[in-house]
Design a protein around this ligand. Structure first.
Ligand SMILES: NC(=O)c1ccc[n+]([C@@H]2O[C@H](COP(=O)([O-])OP(=O)(O)OC[C@H]3O[C@@H](n4cnc5c(N)ncnc54)[C@H](O)[C@@H]3O)[C@@H](O)[C@H]2O)c1
Length: 352
């Protein structure tokens, strides 16, 4: 099997896991890495034995032998390398969130449609055993059509630092950083209904007033925090369903609750414990499927392997970018609604 040549754009924290996975995956060859901070790319190249190193992603994209790239830049820098890569004829795996804004995500999806190349957003949670089991249960018709759901991604005190908390690099805070996993999971399990309006709030009250670290590893600076630490929203869909979406990097609480899905025939709770609730044999029945969240390293291996198998087999992107686009529609809606004092704000899914 001829290996697929791969380039990585962005040599920061998350690139290490992509590079580790790629360097151990059969059928791919790591050929080049680029970062605007050239020394970071050089360091990674040395660590992972990558022959070509660039300070500009366009130089990497000029290499004809490269067939696929991983975009591992911070959120505000997802759009340009992704659009350029697709137009250069490369398949793209882009880190989550797909983009900092709906406008960026739309440009990326448009480029994928124009070029016919795969655009796959790294949403590793789709490959978790519990979420895959929940999807099978829901697809079997066990719940019926979901009419209400809640989805949560939270940390009691876990505001990241660096590029994650600055508007100019992240563009958006917890709502897109950890929130996108919760939102994508809910939309995936609900079958990607069309969002029509969002009522939301955002805050930065803990990050602006409390000093790190109370928990190891989270070392933000209050003056750097220019994105929201919390986003909470009520999302309405065209099919009448409602989703409550709650996410925060910091709070004076142990949890914002769990993720669950209500249907007319049964309910499914995903977190904190995986359970299905229904009536059977004339009584209330709780079923506990034995499927747990999968560890991160395995999630990365599964999602990256699936991406390369899709390229080889001529399949579409395993994670349909049109579905991921809905996360950007809702996240933009949360910010717009919060700016309007939490008013119910109409949202529109771009047409292509
Ligand atoms: N899947 C996961 O588990 C996971 C975990 C952490 C981060 N992420 C995502 O990965 C992305 C990067 O996160 P990180 O922790 O590596 O951030 P980081 O700040 O450590 O690294 C980002 C890198 O991108 C480089 N960069 C910026 N613009 C560039 C450009 N135009 N061309 C080339 N390089 C450019 C920066 O110089 C930096 O080295 C973010 O979107 C984040 O949300 C995903």
């Amino acid at each position: 099997m001829e290996p697929i040549n791969v380039g990585v754009i962005g040599a920061g924290g998350i690139s290490r896991i992509h590079l580790h996975t790629l360097s151990t995956l059969p059928g791919v060859r790591l050929l080049a890495i680029a970062d605007v901070a050239l020394e970071k790319a050089q360091e990674r190249a040395q660590q992972f034995n990558i022959p070509h190193v660039f300070g500009d992603h366009r130089e990497l994209l000029a290499m004809d032998e490269i067939a696929a790239v991983h975009v591992c830049t911070f959120n505000q820098a997802h759009r340009a390398p992704t659009v350029d890569a697709l137009h250069a004829g490369k398949h793209v795996m882009v880190e989550k969130p797909m983009a900092a804004t709906l406008a960026d995500a739309t440009a990326m999806v448009r480029a994928a449609k124009e070029t016919g190349k795969l655009l796959n957003c790294a949403l590793k949670t789709r490959y978790s055993d519990d979420i895959m089991a929940a999807k099978r249960i829901i697809e079997s018709g066990e719940l019926g059509e979901i009419y209400y759901a809640e989805t949560v991604a939270d940390r009691r005190r876990g505001i990241p630092g660096g590029s994650f908390v600055r508007q100019e690099s992240a563009g958006i805070g917890a709502t897109a950083d950890i929130g996108v996993y919760a939102l994508d999971t809910a939309l995936h399990l609900m079958g990607h209904p069309t969002p029509v309006s969002v009522s939301g709030i955002i805050t930065d009250v803990i990050g602006k007033t409390h000093e790190p670290p109370l928990t190891p590893g989270w070392r933000w600076k209050a003056e750097d925090l220019t994105v929201e630490e919390l986003g909470i929203a009520w999302v309405r869909f065209a099919n009448g369903a409602v989703l409550v979406f709650k996410t925060t990097w910091a709070m004076h609480m142990d949890t914002l609750g769990g993720a669950f899905f209500l249907g007319p025939k049964a309910g499914l709770r995903l977190t904190p414990e995986f359970k299905v609730f229904r009536d059977q044999w004339g009584c209330l029945v709780d079923i506990a499927p034995q499927a747990k969240p999968t560890p991160d390293v395995e999630l990365f291996r599964r999602e990256i392997e699936d991406f390369y198998n899709a390229i080889r087999e001529g399949r579409p992107a395993p994670i349909n970018p049109m579905g991921v686009l809905l996360t950007n529609v809702i996240i933009d809606g949360v910010i717009a609604s919060a700016k309007a004092g939490g008013a119910e704000t109409p949202v529109t899914v771009p047409a292509f």
